[in-house]
Design a binder for this molecule. Structure first.
Ligand SMILES: C[S@@+](CC[C@H](N)C(=O)[O-])C[C@H]1O[C@@H](n2cnc3c(N)ncnc32)[C@H](O)[C@@H]1O
Length: 239
């Protein structure tokens, strides 16, 4: 279709909204079918397809360790849960009383409801966590989301995460900071800029300061795989 439209200078782009804050994601039906064909779970399929095998499990383990999270977690909130590969692992590890999700893609929302009927799907406007009360959640997290969204949208969400986390709670997310860039990553990006131009960079020191002004302290960080690079998982605790 795009080949036909090209002479007119028009291109069709997959998406659910004209709001640039709402990023597109892989179509659920095709992705689930591809995972079934490969004989693996959707999460394992995405790990292998977009990063490296075991990366989701490794990220969740690092987040729980750095955030010192154990079974005493009551409420969790996740932004951009998509395939649910982080959601299912966090639910299994922490058994929270409630798990809220803000996800803009309706096909993945349907899938999340199917795999975990107890999930609380919040109305997602692509910018804020309006349906979540201030200081109400023990863990608010997002993975492979702020890597793609316009920076202003990401830090709007960071302010929201700081608002909804309860005293003693944890805020965790991964971003591409300047520390993620090394010669290997930049060479890969320069070799194929059309793949790399989907990524957004986040200034690390600025984020640490931004959240410090909202009562959050960096508890630790760890590099985690991203296709064609790596992201930095940053884990904050309320002071
Ligand atoms: C790259 S995917 C990552 C999905 C999931 N966290 C994972 O790693 O499998 C980004 C997810 O964020 C969702 N999304 C995009 N823009 C969003 C926004 N502004 N607010 C909330 N979710 C958004 C997409 O629909 C998609 O499910």
């Amino acid at each position: 279709m795009n080949r036909v439209l090209r002479p007119a200078g028009v291109q069709l782009v997959r998406g659910y909204s004209s709001d640039p804050a709402v990023g597109a994601f892989l179509p659920a039906r095709k992705t689930i079918a591809a995972a079934q064909k490969a004989g693996v779970s959707v999460g394992d399929y995405l790990d292998a397809f977009s990063a490296e095998p075991g990366s989701t499990a490794g990220t969740v383990a690092a987040m729980l360790r750095l955030g010192q999270l154990d079974g005493s977690v009551d409420r969790v909130c996740e932004i951009g849960a998509g395939s649910g590969r982080y959601m299912t692992r966090v639910m299994d590890a922490l058994q929270p009383g409630a798990y809220e999700v803000y996800e803009t893609a309706p096909d993945w929302v349907r899938y999340l409801r199917q795999i975990r009927p107890q999930v609380i799907i919040r109305p997602a406007n692509g910018h804020s966590l309006d349906a979540t009360t201030s200081e109400s959640v023990d863990l608010v997290h997002a993975h492979k989301v702020f890597v793609y969204l316009p920076f202003v949208v990401s830090f709007g969400y960071l302010a929201e995460m700081a608002r909804v986390v309860r005293p003693g709670g944890v805020v965790a997310f991964d971003v591409i900071t300047e520390d993620c860039l090394n010669d290997v990553v930049t060479k890969t990006w320069l070799d194929e800029p059309s793949r790399a131009n989907i990524y957004q960079l986040t200034p690390r020191a600025w984020v640490v300061e931004f959240l410090a002004r909202r009562g959050l302290e960096l508890a630790g960080s760890e590099f985690v795989p991203l296709s064609d690079g790596r992201t930095e998982l940053l884990v904050f605790r309320t002071r």
